[in-house]
Write a protein that binds this ligand. Sequence first.
Ligand SMILES: NC(=O)c1ccc[n+]([C@@H]2O[C@H](COP(=O)([O-])OP(=O)(O)OC[C@H]3O[C@@H](n4cnc5c(N)ncnc54)[C@H](O)[C@@H]3O)[C@@H](O)[C@H]2O)c1
Length: 257
Amino acid sequence: MQYTLEEMYGLKDKVCIVTGAGRGIGREVAAGLASIGAHAVLVDISQPLLDEALQEFAERGLQGFAVATDITSEASVDAMTAAVVQKYGQIDGLVNCAGVTYLEEQQDFDIDKFKWVIDINLTGTMICCKSVSKYMLEKKSGRIVNISSVRGSQGKAKFSAYAASKGAINNLTRSIAVEFAPHNINVNAVAPIFTLTDINKDILDQKEAYNWVMSRLPKGRLCEKHLLVGPIAFLLSPCSDFVTGQILHVDGGWMAG
Ligand SMILES: NC(=O)c1ccc[n+]([C@@H]2O[C@H](COP(=O)([O-])OP(=O)(O)OC[C@H]3O[C@@H](n4cnc5c(N)ncnc54)[C@H](O)[C@@H]3O)[C@@H](O)[C@H]2O)c1
């Protein structure tokens, strides 16, 4: 059999929603997808961040469609998916990247903060999968990529809420993948190691924490946002047609050691 690059990796004119696209990894992933021909839909709770992201898109010669959305609200997410379908008539990919963290020792953990992390990271991901998959199921085609973390497979002091949310995302991913496999909808997760963004700046600014991360990382350097674009694009593309229910660690070798 002969393959063309377009058949294998083509995302041209595919409509891909990226949540958490106002800044950080989500913004870079949305820009990366747009730069290889996809219609990038930028979703974030913050309109000012979306405005900034679109400004950066314009400076990079890219196009994007932004919809301010709170992923913890089914009504807000349903309105976003309806707006995307109205504009493009299709949804091909969903990248669930919106997320938050809160670190505290177990005995001092504020339970409202615990619920806040679970609500955004886990329930928000579930709500987006539910809303968008309605359209994918009708079409019998789609790709979902949930952003997990190495913390989804490993514990760490003070990370109880975050690690619990990401571990649950891994099993949410596997469960939906099994359910949707007969409908030609692939569901996978990408699990990055520390990537320098606003979410972890406070941690990595501490010399001791930074040195610990670097001493454990086989690659000997931190992940950068753009390094996540390729693995996510792969999971959205025809190339990964038979890949579903996987947790792809993008971690410079962290989990192998
Ligand atoms: N940065 C890292 O080191 C790292 C490592 C592993 C996994 N991750 C994961 O990658 C994802 C992105 O992380 P980041 O570092 O870019 O974070 P970030 O804080 O820079 O970006 C997160 C975005 O999510 C948005 N958001 C928060 N709550 C929302 C809501 N209710 N509805 C819609 N949008 C909301 C924020 O406004 C923000 O723009 C997260 O899921 C995070 O857990 C990050």
